[in-house]
Design a protein around this ligand. Structure first.
Ligand code: UDP
Ligand code: MG
Length: 311
């Protein structure tokens, strides 16, 4: 019988884990009844939780031999947790899913059918309706537009990290060893035949989300810097254009001085222009700095996460 490996990142999720486990068990029993026979194994990744998350996972591990876990030495973030999951998970198919049931396990039978019957390599999930405040919704749709324009990866708006993948696909994802990880981009970059299914967004089963607006902005920036060098080109163009305009201005000023004589008027405008040019320079320097920062982290070859316990 084939096996589906489930990667489940958990950060302070003590109220959700049991609910998640029960729901997955229910779904696999249901699948058996419908002649979809698959083994499954869990890989819970405890991302440095400070609550009872690890103990709850350990209890499950003791009573169910299909439950495995990796526990980090501190919080490394969901991207690292997913990387650890991919490094450890077995199985012929692999799914990454949130423990808060916002990635409904009930979609798994539909996903596996697309892979088995329609020859897809990956099935991703796109959240259709999503209750978000207008600012977040606007920022998020802008982010997807920008990254799709700027990079050679295509990322669907509102796509979740939730996806079912074949072993071959996972093995290829593992070849991307980068330290700065934007998994949505990595998944898209690897290619293969991907099917996207839509579903209505659901609220968290329990607990609270860990994302602040600032973290989401950082995450978006990570995505753009990791998968596009267009900002660097923009910096070059902005720099080039302002240089060209200054030359024009200079010529204008020289001619004016020759024709009308020198003038001391115009200091405020001069100061404004200096500030503007300085602003542009710092902006471009910032863009370049962002890339250098990434290169710096990348060249250190630090591990993406540190494992404290594994079973
Ligand atoms: N998560 C994690 N490490 C973190 C933050 C989150 O492993 O530093 C996990 C979390 O436990 C959950 C998933 O990532 O299973 C998604 O997190 P969350 O529900 O907070 O994000 P949202 O659904 O709001 O995008
Ligand atoms: Mg969630």
């Amino acid at each position: 019988m084939e096996t589906i490996g489930l990667i489940v990142p958990c950060y302070n999720e003590e109220p959700s884990i049991e609910l998640f486990y029960k729901e997955v068990e229910r779904v696999f029993n249901e699948m058996k009844k419908n002649n979809l026979n698959y083994n499954h194994e869990y890989w819970f990744i405890n991302d440095g939780s400070s609550d009872e998350t690890l103990n709850i996972i350990k209890e499950l591990n003791e009573k169910d031999e299909d439950v495995h876990y990796v526990s980090f030495s501190r919080n490394f973030g969901k991207e690292s947790a997913m990387a650890a999951g991919l490094d450890n998970v077995g199985g012929d198919y692999v799914a990454v899913m949130d423990v808060d049931l916002q990635d409904p396990p009930a979609l798994l039978p539909k996903m596996i059918k697309y892979i088995k019957e329609d020859d897809y390599d990956v099935v991703g999930c796109v959240q259709k309706t999503r209750k978000q405040n207008p600012i977040r919704a606007f920022l998020s749709s802008t982010f997807y537009k920008v990254i799709n324009k700027m990079s050679d990866v295509e990322i669907k708006q509102n796509v979740r990290d939730y996806r079912l993948m074949t072993r071959q696909y996972v093995d290829n994802v593992l070849k991307l060893k980068e330290y700065n990880r934007f998994t949505k981009g990595i998944f898209s970059w690897v290619g293969f035949k991907t099917k996207y299914i839509e579903y209505n967004g659901v609220e968290r089963a329990a607990g609270t989300s860990h994302w602040s607006l600032y973290q989401l902005l950082e995450y978006s920036l990570e995505g753009i810097v990791d998968f596009s060098d267009v900002p660097l080109k923009i910096a070059t163009w902005v720099g080039g254009t302002s240089f060209f305009l200054s030359i024009l201005g200079l010529i204008l000023v020289i001619f004016r001085a020759i024709i009308f004589g020198g003038s001391v008027a115009g200091w405020p405008s001069l100061v404004s222009i200096i500030l503007l040019i300085n602003g542009i320079q710092l902006f471009c320097l910032g863009i370049v700095g962002n890339y250098i920062g990434k290169i710096y982290l990348e060249t250190k070859h630090r591990p993406k996460y540190i494992v404290k316990e594994k079973k």
